[in-house]
Every structure is written in C-alpha cells, then in structure tokens.
Design a protein around this ligand. Structure first.
Ligand SMILES: C[S@@+](CC[C@H](N)C(=O)[O-])C[C@H]1O[C@@H](n2cnc3c(N)ncnc32)[C@H](O)[C@@H]1O
Length: 282
C-alpha cells in the first residue's frame, strides 16, 4: 500500500487523531508561541493595565474603512482620507504625548499615540457631521480627543458640533481638558444612565464605551432611545462581547453591522465597533 492510500486508510479509523497529533501540536504551538512572544514584549515595553492601545493590522484597517463606508454610505476613498487626516494630525499627537507625560497617572500610560478602532469613530463623525455626539466611558480621554478633532474639522467646514463625554470617575478625561479640543467637549461626571436621562439636546451619534456589562450596555441604549435625533447613529465598543446593540437595532427597525479589529503586534485580541443606523421614519 502506498503512503497516500495508507493515510486515507488511517483517516477512516479511530487512530486518525493520534496519527495527526504531531502536526496538530506544531500548529497550536506556533500560534501560542506568537501570542507568548507578543505578551512577553508587551510586559516589558508597555505600562498599560487596561484600555490597551495598539495599531491595527493593515488588513484590519482596510476592513474598518469598508465598514465605515457601508454604515455611513460614503465612498471608501473618503474614509481612507479621514483616516490619514487623524493619523497625520501632529498637533493632536503632540498634545497627547505631552499631556500623557505630565499626567498624574503617567506611570500607567504609554507615551506612543495609538488610536486603533478610534480612527473609525473619527471617520464616522466626519462622514455624518453630527451636531451632538455622546460618548459614555472616557478613561484618559483618548476617544474624546479623537471625536473632538473630527468635530473641530467639521466646524471649520461649516458644520459645528459638540461631544458630551460621560464618566463615573471625576479624574477621567485629562487628555480632553486642553484647547482647542476642550472647546467642543463637555465632560460630565456621574453614572452614564443617569447622565443620559439628563441630556437636554437631541443626540445624533451615540457611542457606548463605559461599563461593558451586558445589563449596563442595554440600560444605556434604552435610556438614549427617546433622546435620539431622527437618523441618529448608534455605536457600541462592546460588540465582541454582547449582542445588545444588534437586538436593539432589531427592536427599533434599524440596520446593524459589526466590525472586529485585529491589533498589530499585541497579545490582546482586540475590540470592535457595532453600528446601528437607518431607523425608518415613523
Ligand atoms: C473602556 S474605558 C473608556 C475608554 C474611552 N472611551 C477611550 O476611548 O479610551 C471605560 C470607562 O467607563 C467608565 N465607567 C464605568 N462604569 C461607568 C458608569 N456606570 N457610568 C459612567 N462611566 C462608567 C470607567 O470609569 C472608564 O473610564
């Protein structure tokens, strides 16, 4: 019996997994070694202990540009232009580097500025030109700065807007307390659900990125629904963990799409962006 026939014969028996064991072991070991190398490098080079920052792989960046293109119904070339715009914003980059170096929590923050999926948030604000953005969960304020940078560009083109950034921690948002970004950011301290209930202006773009428990995410989308402007865009940072926004979209007659990011050279598997949009007029 030749080797091919023998392999086929073994593949039909209960011995097949045993015979394939060396190959399977090599595959999983190669994968795990890559994660271990990235983890070891990160443990000695990074200071972060949560809300990790990283670049996206080139492929993941491509997929994000198409995701924004579909959700916002704009040509993908324009989205790539907005990615280049935020990544080439040296004034914002220098500000974040400086503010990070001076912050009281500097021992737990990396100096390198890495936006990951937040370039998608930026492009969505540039594409939809919202008058009022609400972001729940601020942490250092990296996302608030990115949203503010998009709003400032929109304002320069005649479409002003503001972002209300909600966090339960009074120390959150230190990156977003410097002009010109602070001029379009309203930091609100308190539980996000209560703060959403107190909003007195319609919301054009809502981003959940606070307490990532399923129950809290659902409470936020339920609370914001009556506050939304017609045609509002809903985003969640929790889409790799829950189906809350997809269920909300189905209940409210919207479309839904999810993007899962892939970090480059990092052990963390990444987060994503869930988007719900296009509620038919009632
Ligand atoms: C993942 S971080 C936000 C990241 C931020 N959006 C960014 O772009 O870097 C989550 C934040 O949610 C805040 N948070 C947790 N529970 C909250 C609640 N019930 N209400 C408001 N903020 C909350 C935390 O204090 C933390 O700063």
């Amino acid at each position: 019996m030749d080797a091919t026939k023998l392999r086929r014969a073994i593949a039909r028996t209960r011995l097949a997994p045993v015979a394939a064991f060396p190959k399977r072991l090599a595959r999983v070991a190669r994968h795990d070694a890559k994660v271990l190398r990235a983890s070891a490098r990160w443990l000695v080079t990074s200071r972060e202990h949560h809300n990790y920052t990283y670049e996206l792989t080139t492929l993941s960046r491509h997929h994000l540009s198409w995701f924004v293109s579909v959700v916002c119904d704009v040509p993908v070339g324009r989205v790539r232009g907005w990615f280049a715009e935020i990544e080439g914003d040296d004034e914002l980059r220098r500000h974040i580097e400086r503010a990070t170096a001076e912050a009281s929590r500097r021992g737990l923050a990396d100096r390198q500025v890495r936006y990951a999926r937040r370039i998608g948030w930026y492009a969505m604000v540039r594409a939809t030109r919202p008058a009022h953005v609400v972001e729940t969960g601020v942490d250092k304020g990296l996302g608030s700065c990115v949203l503010a940078a998009a709003l400032l560009r929109n304002a320069a083109e005649g479409h002003p807007g503001r972002v209300t950034s909600l966090d339960i921690n009074p120390e959150a948002g230190y990156l977003a307390r410097t002009a010109p970004w602070s001029e379009v950011v309203d930091l609100v301290v308190g539980d996000s659900v209560a703060s959403i209930g107190a909003l007195d202006r319609p919301v054009d773009l809502f981003l959940h990125d606070s307490d990532h428990s399923r129950a809290h995410e659902k409470r936020e989308f339920d609370a914001v629904e009556p506050k939304l402007a017609p045609g509002a865009l809903l985003l969640t940072d929790n889409v790799t963990a829950t189906n809350v926004l997809a269920e909300h979209a189905e209940r409210t007659g919207r479309r839904f799409l999810a993007y899962r990011e892939t970090p480059a050279r990092h052990w963390y598997p990444g987060d994503g962006i869930g988007a719900a949009w296009g509620r038919p007029a009632s």
